[in-house]
Design a protein around this ligand. Structure first.
Ligand SMILES: [Zn+2]
Ligand SMILES: [Zn+2]
Length: 345
């Protein structure tokens, strides 16, 4: 198969030919139809992720068609169109038993713990637990964007934030995760404020339902949020993962508000200074949010099918596998408004 491989961190990945994977007894091999290029892939390529063993094939936001099935798999057959959460559960640890596969103790992540989907084929473990059937008519490029950004935002807003109608929700960072969160929180009935430095992303946030936007270059962000919301947001997300957006998110909350950290904080940002006096004095909740388990996809996909959510609006450039190395290396320098998806192999 054709695949994008890197042999050293921070060295240009190359398009190479590798042996096709074969499924484990409990797994499947998917023929990849679409795979997103994500900032997490860039973190992995930089060497920020201790799970990655070299040489490595990145890629974790994928959708495709089942091409081979292990003998113990009962729910899937060749030809099924599927996607998969970027965190796959093991099916046998206490967290999986409780339904929390997104924090599985022995989790597998294609593109991190094993070779991923910047390739014609990818192996997925524990297929009965982890695969999600695509609704009729959903484009592969749209489905690929669900597995990381959109599903992550759905869990952050709905399951962790428990956002409800009439609440104020601030979203810091209007990249793929943030814009997804704007759309999802708006669909849940919240009044959403989008924050970013890029006017184009703020315009898209408004199109997707934000009732107010703040350009962080022009305003004192926490003060602006406090003013718009008359006392602070009920729920606030750092969708970027940076000490500045994290701090602004916490300081923009009202008493007993919830800060949800969605953006990864790795490398030099792994141990940020947290404004603890406000956390204590105002009983602020700090919550992480980490992907979303396969069995929660149904609720999200029903909102897509009914038209309340439209993740296809967040798909940007569609590129070829040969263009993937360049796109990956530039992920930190330039983030286009929509998600870049590899759809030609
Ligand atoms: Zn991702
Ligand atoms: Zn598990």
């Amino acid at each position: 198969m054709k695949a994008v491989l890197f042999e050293k961190f921070q060295e240009a990945p190359r398009l190479v030919t590798l042996d096709d994977p074969s499924p484990e007894t409990h797994g499947v091999v998917l023929k990849v139809a679409a795979t997103g290029v994500c900032r997490s892939d860039w973190h992995g390529w930089m060497g920020h992720d201790s799970d990655i063993e070299l040489p490595h094939v990145p890629g974790h936001e994928l959708a495709g068609v089942v091409a081979a099935v292990g003998r113990d798999v009962t729910r899937w057959k060749v030809g099924d169109k599927v996607t998969v959460p970027f965190i796959c559960g093991c099916g046998s640890c206490p967290e999986c038993a409780a339904g929390h596969q997104q924090v599985c103790l022995n989790q597998e992540q294609p593109g991190f713990t094993h070779w991923g989907s910047f390739a014609e084929y990818v192996a997925i473990h524990q297929a009965d637990l982890n695969l999600v059937a695509l609704p009729e008519g959903m484009a592969f490029a749209t489905a690929a964007s669900l597995g990381c950004r959109f599903a992550t935002s759905f869990r952050a807003v709905i399951d962790q934030g428990k956002v409800s109608a009439g609440q104020w929700v601030a979203v810091h960072g209007c990249g793929g995760v943030g814009l997804s969160a704007v759309m999802i929180a708006s669909a849940a009935g919240a009044n959403v404020i989008g924050v970013d430095l890029d006017p184009a992303k703020l315009d898209l946030a408004k199109d997707l339902g934000a009732v107010a936007v703040i350009n962080g270059q022009e305003a004192d962000v926490p003060a602006a949020i406090q003013e718009i919301t008359r006392g602070g947001a009920h729920v606030s997300l750092d969708a970027l993962g940076h000490p500045v957006t994290m701090t602004n998110s916490i300081l923009g909350l009202r008493p007993r508000g919830k800060h949800i950290q969605v953006g990864l904080m790795l490398g030099e940002h792994a141990a940020p200074a947290i404004p603890m006096p406000k956390i204590v004095g105002q009983e602020i909740e700090l919550l992480g949010s980490h992907g979303m388990q396969a069995h929660r996809y149904g609720a999200m996909l029903d909102m897509v099918a009914s038209g309340k959510l439209d993740p296809s609006r967040l798909v940007g450039d569609q590129i070829s596998l040969a263009e993937a190395p360049e796109a990956l290396m530039n992920m930190d320098k330039f983030q286009s408004v929509g998600a870049t998806v590899i759809t030609r192999f």
